[in-house]
Design a protein around this ligand. Structure first.
Ligand SMILES: NC(=O)c1ccc[n+]([C@@H]2O[C@H](COP(=O)([O-])OP(=O)(O)OC[C@H]3O[C@@H](n4cnc5c(N)ncnc54)[C@H](O)[C@@H]3O)[C@@H](O)[C@H]2O)c1
Length: 269
């Protein structure tokens, strides 16, 4: 799905959470399309290694890119100054910004009855507040380029999922942010869309949530019944849909969309 005009102007995409899973696959997808990349991940050793690996894979995916075309930074997006710094450094290096992919997020298992409010605040902070702030901070840059935003929500933001109350609420907020921001920013020529993945086979997010490998394997097994296509999705399948929504060539009349990439989970009984 090469976007010829995008290749000519050498567009810049900023992706949060690109050290693994969906964010890493999205970076590689945009690299193949010729974008220059600004990649961000949490400042812990595993993600720092993951981010370096993503950069290597981007360079391999598109030999026309050089190391100088990819900025990598680590920090903690729940610290507001890191959000500001990430965007400022991106602009300082590339002098433009065309696409924000707000992907960084965490999963947490919780039920209303035993909800720990510290956990609720933590999940709402990274999955929702940070996404709002990042959407807000990129507005002046995207207004210049008539760029766009793709937020990563979830099927859990569109329907109830058992035992994931805080996560579901945070992702529903991202879906609604997407609709409101799309309506507000259309007059500036900025499109805002979201993807809503079903269960994606990327073990890292579940491991980080303290869920065991057995739980993960059980969930992937259960997907055969809950997702009509009978399997979990792949990070690459989500990445391709993100690139589609970001493309001016393919999705120029799409804004405010919350696109399920869920093997039919949303329409299953
Ligand atoms: N994996 C799934 O099944 C699934 C399904 C639906 C939606 N999603 C959403 O997709 C997104 C990516 O999920 P994934 O499975 O690829 O996750 P992952 O755990 O593989 O990656 C998460 C990324 O977010 C970054 N991150 C987390 N907290 C951060 C912080 N405080 N500051 C900076 N960066 C931080 C990590 O460094 C990492 O790069 C998340 O928003 C998730 O909710 C995932």
């Amino acid at each position: 799905m090469a976007d010829s005009s995008e290749n000519v102007v050498r567009k810049v995409v900023l992706i949060t959470g690109s050290s693994s899973g969906i964010g890493a696959a999205t970076a590689i997808q945009f690299a193949t399309l010729g974008y220059r990349l600004s990649l961000f991940a949490l400042n812990v050793p595993m993600d720092e290694d993951g981010l370096a690996d993503t950069k290597d894979r981007c360079l391999k995916a598109n030999p026309k890119l050089t190391s100088d075309d990819i900025l990598t930074m680590t920090g903690d997006l729940t610290i507001e100054k890191d959000c500001h710094l990430f965007i400022e450094k991106t602009f300082e290096k590339f002098k433009r910004l065309d696409v924000l992919v707000a992907n960084a997020g965490v999963v947490s298992a919780s039920r209303l009855e035993n909800m720990k409010m510290e956990d609720f605040d933590r999940v709402m902070n990274i999955n929702c507040r940070v996404v709002v702030l990042m959407n807000k901070l990129v507005i002046p840059y995207l207004a210049e380029t008539k760029g766009n935003i793709v937020n990563v929500s979830s099927v859990a933001g569109l329907r109830a999922c058992n035992d994931m109350m805080a996560y579901c609420m945070s992702k529903a907020a991202v879906a609604q942010l997407t609709r409101c921001a799309a309506s507000e920013l259309a007059s500036k020529g900025i499109r805002v869309n979201a993807v809503c993945p079903g269960v994606i086979d990327s073990t890292r997010i579940f491991h980080n949530a303290g869920l065991s490998t057995e739980f993960h394997d059980l969930m992937i097994e259960r997907v055969k019944a809950t997702h009509p296509l009978g399997r979990a999705g792949t990070p690459e399948e989500v990445a391709k849909s993100i690139a589609f929504l970001a493309s001016e060539e393919h999705a120029s009349f799409m804004t405010g969309v919350t696109l399920p990439i869920d093997g039919g989970r949303c329409v299953s009984s």
